[in-house]
Design a protein around this ligand. Structure first.
Ligand SMILES: Nc1ncnc2c1ncn2[C@@H]1O[C@H](COP(=O)(O)OP(=O)(O)OP(=O)(O)O)[C@@H](O)[C@H]1O
Length: 355
């Protein structure tokens, strides 16, 4: 089902948790709400679920206005990180719960058949008689998901559902949730502050900052074309380099980095440079290699110190550096933001001259 949010505002006392959020989620889409702590992700999710009201704005689900529709009538499955299973109920009873409290309660045989199908689906059929504290964290998340799916929701809301899992299990469970989404086709919204998780799971990502959505795009577009300096720094790896623009050239002084051609007005700016955009060469220079780490077959990852700034960089394939080695730096490209918010691509001056 599609979700359409228009201009939602939500205040808690003097705190504006949401400052006018609009969002359209397509039917069958997997969308992530990604942002730092306090950016309003959970508040938005709770408003969609009907667990929280808004001061103004509207929510439509499948074209239906949700104003005044209580949570239990929205037919939405919700999984929270701390939405613990009922401890005094078996796994079976936890999953059956949503069906038993329905106004039109299915027969016991129907409930049993559906619960068993769901436990098969989430791959824990053998656990139905266990209690929540007799199963692992990953299994608990699977059961919580089965419970959310039991009501055959038209929309699935996941609020940091993998946060309590250790790194290895988290990776496995999130791949599995994505493939489950692909086979069931339920529109899904995931709240997370983990960009790797959002990038791995979602079709599109809504980046939130300070109660607003600052950009909504596919991962590739967020990396290629960040709308604001915040997005450029928050999505993907990038080093922020302060610079001064003078006559269309960004100078990094006092850093030993070659200036870039940039179409921005004169004044202070910030360049966001990804590791692959930094070229490090052997040779006496004013930068030095602090760390050189080889990972598998890819190029070595470097941390290079230039003045007070540490830059993440990649070595050329096959090349490695000694710790402490002096080196020369140049930047192949970057996203540059003026203080006014204006943005431009920074390109090497040499290339401009050659081109
Ligand atoms: N019930 C509440 N009472 C008062 N303030 C609240 C309440 N709920 C949220 N807030 C405030 O609203 C803002 C947004 O909170 P929200 O939980 O939506 O952020 P979040 O992006 O989900 O953060 P996190 O990643 O830490 O969960 C925060 O400043 C928070 O302190």
């Amino acid at each position: 089902m599609s979700v359409d949010v228009q201009d939602i505002v939500r205040r808690f006392g003097t705190t504006a948790a949401l400052k006018g959020v609009s969002l359209s989620v397509r039917e069958g889409e997997f969308l992530a709400l990604l942002g730092p702590s306090g950016s309003g992700k959970t508040t938005l999710l709770r408003i969609l679920a009907g667990l929280e009201g808004s001061d103004s704005g509207t929510v439509h689900i499948a074209g239906q206005d949700m104003t005044g529709v209580p949570a239990r009538e929205r037919n939405i499955g919700v999984v929270f990180q701390h939405y613990a299973l009922f401890r005094h109920m078996t796994v079976f009873d936890n999953v059956a719960f949503g069906l038993r409290v329905r106004r039109q309660r299915p027969s016991s045989a129907e409930i049993a058949a559906r619960v068993r199908r769901l436990l098969e689906l989430v791959q824990v059929p053998e656990l139905e008689r266990r209690y929540p504290d007799q199963i692992s964290g990953g299994q608990r998340q699977r059961v919580a998901l089965a419970r959310a799916l039991a009501i055959e929701p038209r929309l699935l809301l996941l609020d940091e559902p993998f946060g309590a899992l250790d790194a290895l299990v988290r990776k496995e469970v999130r791949r599995w949730v994505r493939s489950l989404h692909d086979s069931l086709g339920i529109t899904t919204i995931l709240v997370t502050h983990d960009q790797e998780e959002a990038m791995e799971m979602a079709d599109r990502i809504a980046v939130m900052q300070g109660g607003r959505i600052v950009q909504l795009d596919a991962v590739g577009a967020l990396l290629r074309d960040p709308a604001t300096a915040f997005v450029a720094g928050f999505i993907g790896e990038a080093t922020r380099l302060p610079c001064q623009v003078r006559n269309g050239v960004a100078h990094f002084d006092p850093l030993p980095v070659l200036p870039l051609q940039v179409a921005l007005p004169d004044g202070p700016a910030a360049a966001f440079v990804r590791p692959a955009e930094i070229s490090v060469r052997h040779g006496a220079g004013t930068a030095s290699v602090r760390l050189c780490r080889t990972e598998g077959e890819g190029p070595a990852r470097l941390i290079v110190q230039a003045g007070d700034i540490m830059l993440d960089a990649l070595a050329n394939p096959g090349e490695s550096f000694e710790k402490g080695e002096s080196c020369r730096l140049s930047i192949r490209g970057s996203h540059v933001f003026a203080e006014s918010g204006e943005r431009a691509q920074g390109v090497p001056l040499a290339e401009v001259m050659v081109g």
